[in-house]
Design a binder for this molecule. Structure first.
Ligand code: S3P
Length: 434
């Protein structure tokens, strides 16, 4: 099991984070369904994006990395039945979105994943897909992987999402691509809209009215749309670690280049500004999924409340926000975030436990936590385990940069799912990693 030893450090300088994980995986799926060859620049070379691409190849798409770009030749709507189970590794997004595609395509496939993915709830996609006419078997203990999907002849449906989840929304919309008639999903709160933006870029007929999104299905013959070129911006959720690391340190200055700035992803910036950080955003591309640069100047931060509609737009940033809370003056309260308990790990329980090990005062709530700062951090004399959760591993590495001694983090291979260059970038920005 791989581990890293990280040392206290101040971070500053310029960094360009790797491609967005959510967009890369959606591009892999849609370019694989298209007619013709798409050139994709900025595709994330991380494990989640690779397992999704490999699954699409198992179903007939062709993918080739050449001259710093990825070329995907699609199947023009007609996926092949895979001979082997689709191996989804750690990827919840890959599994849930692809389940919608497989169900719609009228093929049979099974999906398996690693220990973390095999403990995550899949009943949330089984329900809408079965309403549309697919059969889904979940053979894990509690509605979990392995999953068997038997698709075909789907009917469009109206579906009120029981939780704010872009993965479930996208699963239903992707299944809706292949359905007879119209599929409508209604979200309880706005979630990331990369699927909708890509549908629009591909001229797939989609209608958006506030929280209600509809798609007119192509029917069982499968969707017909032409390949095109895609540019995947840097992943805001990867940039978040450096944003917080710089924002919490008075005097620090950090610039992040070419990073996605979709407003459904960047609520962390509002939180950091409320807490007192100085943040300057420059949008260089406005079309489709916008991107640009973020400049952060650190300050002594103060606590804030994070809840309601803000939560889905910073859901992956909450572990690192709890780190900011530990360093800020006063209370930082996270509410309405029970979804955090079903991510790659139970992120509420993991962060509460880890912050306490460093001497931080933190109260655990069912749907969040209250962190009281500023803490004088003391690196514990124990090894921290990421429990296979990349965002826990990276959050703890950043937390320890503000502490008083070296910290060993175990089970850090998971960082490769979203940010394989993380440790190298940590050193490039002034850190020490062994
Ligand atoms: C994602 C949506 C979010 C997020 C995940 C990626 C996506 O999950 O936590 O890392 O790409 O749609 P939920 O939509 O289940 O909250």
């Amino acid at each position: 099991m791989s581990s890293k030893k990280v040392f206290p450090a101040a971070f500053g300088g310029t960094v360009k984070v790797p491609g967005d994980k959510s967009i890369s995986q959606r591009v892999a799926m849609l370019a694989s369904l298209a007619e013709g060859t798409s050139k994709v620049t900025g595709y994330l070379n991380g494990e989640d994006a690779r397992s999704t691409l490999a699954a699409m190849e198992q179903m007939g798409a062709k993918a080739e990395f050449r001259d710093d770009a990825l070329y995907i030749t699609g199947v023009a709507g007609e996926l092949q039945q895979p001979d082997e189970p689709l191996s989804m590794g750690n990827s919840g997004t890959g599994t849930r979105l692809l389940a919608g595609i497989v169900a719609g395509a009228g093929i049979e496939a099974s999906m398996v994943g690693d220990d973390s993915l095999s403990s995550r709830p899949m009943g949330r996609i089984r329900h809408p897909l079965e309403l549309m006419g697919a059969r889904i078997g979940l053979t894990g203990k509690r509605g979990t992987l392995p999953m068997m999907i038997c698709g075909g002849n789907l009917k469009g449906t109206g579906y009120l999402l029981p939780m704010a989840s872009a993965q479930v929304k996208s699963c239903v919309l992707l299944a809706g691509l292949f359905a007879e008639g119209k599929t409508t999903v209604v979200e309880p709160r706005p979630t990331r809209d990369h699927t909708e933006k890509l549908f629009q870029a591909l001229d797939i007929p989609i209608e958006i009215n506030g929280l209600e999104i509809s798609i007119e299905g192509y029917g069982r013959s499968g969707p017909r749309f032409k390949a095109r070129d895609f540019v995947v911006p840097g992943d805001f959720s990867s940039a978040a670690f450096w944003i917080v690391a710089a924002a919490c340190r008075p005097g620090a200055e950090l610039l992040i280049d070419n990073v996605g700035l979709n407003p459904r992803r960047t609520a962390l910036l509002d939180v950091m500004k409320r807490m007192g950080a100085d943040i300057e955003v420059t949008v260089t591309e406005e079309k489709g999924d916008p991107y640009g640069t973020i400049k952060v100047r650190g300050a002594k931060l103060k606590g804030t409340v994070i809840d309601g509609d803000e939560i889905p737009n910073l859901i992956d940033e909450l572990p690192i926000i709890s780190v900011a809370g530990a360093l800020a003056v006063g209370q930082t309260e996270i509410r309405d975030a029970a979804e955090l308990r079903v991510k790659e790990s139970d992120r509420i329980a993991e962060m509460v436990k880890n912050l306490r090990l460093f001497g931080v005062e933190v109260e655990e709530k069912d749907d969040g936590m209250i962190v009281t700062g500023p803490a004088t951090l003391k690196t514990p004399n124990v090894v921290i385990d990421s429990h296979g959760d990349h965002r826990i591993a990276m959050s703890m590495a950043v937390l320890n940069s503000f502490s008083d001694g070296p910290l060993t983090i175990d089970n850090v291979g998971c960082v490769d799912t979203s940010y394989p260059e993380f440790w190298q970038h940590m050193e490039q920005l002034g850190g020490r990693v062994e």
